[in-house]
Design a protein around this ligand. Sequence first.
Ligand code: DAH
Length: 341
Amino acid sequence: MLDDIRKAAAEFDAALSRATSARALDELRVRYFGRKEGLIPGFFSRLKEVAREQKKDVGDALNKLRDRLEADLKEKSDRVAAEEAARREAREQIDVTLPARMPRLGHLHPITIVRREMEQIFREMGYSIDPGLEIETDWYNFEALNFTPDHPARDTQDTFFLDVTPYLLRTHTSNVQIRSMEKYEPPVKVLSCGRVFRRDEITMRRSPMFHQAEGFLVDKGIHIGHLRATLEHVVRRLFGSDSKMRMRPSFFPFTEPSAEVDMSCIFCRGAGCGTCSQTGWMEILGCGMIHPQVLRNVGIDPEEWSGFAFGMGLDRVAMLKFDIPNIRTLFENDLRVLSQF
Ligand code: DAH
């Protein structure tokens, strides 16, 4: 048996020097020290077969061998673990001085920029922001706004009708006036920005889908001076404090009186240039005092309350602000163009 023990020890040494990974070392440990079939426990259980006078020598030799092998195994395992840790660390090392790879940031669409700017201006004045509905009924888009069924003003706002009557795509954001006045008791002030649709020819300035901002306010004693002051504030905030505006009489079925607003041309500052057809002015919105019939249509007494409203093309504002000559540029999603803003 002493021979067997010596042989096992020599084999262990050879195997230990070959083992270079934690896994190989673990296999070695199982082979020699495993509870069930380990060689060392095997020797110990064979001790009872050893003749009595040899028992002490063999037992001593076995104990020594076990202690040595255990110590050798532990020493090598520790070394291999340290080496593996060092290798892992080297592999995972980060050079913190390398320049960072920056995420590619997106940016806002010009219309979103203008919409947010509008919403901010009106939020500061205490307006609620309400996007309204894009699919509407004839009542909210036309009738409640005083477009009777055969009113000629409807001709300028032909739209897309859904298969399900009476639904259509709204032609303007003015529907929000009616919806909001139904929802809230006066006093009320709301700004609504969103998409509108018309059966229009596609031209440099027209698209069958475009964007409007609608604002309106109903309170006691509201007159056209409030409207003018509000619009002057908006024009200055959007286009700079030296921007001027003027009101021209106009017609809308849902306002009386009605006006169109021009602002001083942002390119020539009023001197006259190609963009403003040498007039120094550019039209930017329609507005007026809310028609008494519109108030009556939503159950508000026009003797007690009055209000103003305005509607403005957001695409138009974006085109002016960013000097974009063709409205289609805004909707073609060409990143080479859009990334300039
Ligand atoms: N809804 C009108 C349009 O699309 C614009 C407009 C004009 C809105 C006058 C208003 C307003 O609120 O008072 O042509």
